[in-house]
Design a protein around this ligand. Sequence first.
Ligand SMILES: [Zn+2]
Ligand SMILES: [Zn+2]
Length: 237
Amino acid sequence: MNMDLIGVYLREAFESGGCPVCRILEKFEKDEIGTVLYEHVNDPEVRERFKESLGLCPYHAWRLFETASSNPLYGGLGVAIIYEHMLGEYLGSFDGDKPVREGKCHLCTLVEEKEALTVAAVAERMDELLPVYRDSDAILCKRHCELLMDELKKSRPAFAGALREVQKDKLERLRGLLQGFINNSDYRSESGPCKEEVAAIRRSIEALKGRPLAINITGFRKGRKRGRKGIRVGWKV
Ligand SMILES: [Zn+2]
Ligand SMILES: [Zn+2]
């Protein structure tokens, strides 16, 4: 992807609703799972990475299974081949007294790397993206707003303040919509809540907690990484 294409694709994410970074990561994760199922089932290098975590983290193992079961293009064979191998690894540990190790999940690593790259790319294009963001329905989740602020403070401090103001306005507006929903849900209300007020419920959860991604669910934070002892990181991708 060249510079302009990255700019166009970031712009699109900032024009749509919800957290633009979460949305990019969700699509990335979906594509990566598709690639594993479609191209990498028998790739020894990828299989090694699966082995490292004994078949991914629980979140990604279930995402893989759901993707495979919901798309006839993939079917169950790929998942069967991978997990037959993983079961073999687990069974192997019964023969000796060495417990099988579950290291860092390969997909978690990929998504975390993509997250860091995305946040840096957004920071670099803040002059173009901030006006788009201001006028759109997008709202960065708390995690991604904080990561982006950290990046901006380092590289482009003037934009950190501007983003803070835009973010605060957006959150205040969202809160107003939720208050509208609550008031208009009253039986005395003539019209009932409008569509935007209904959508504010979902958008508020997304603004605070992000999309349902492993990075948001397991609470991985920069500088607060969980124990990494014995875990190999930095796979080539
Ligand atoms: Zn997010
Ligand atoms: Zn994972």
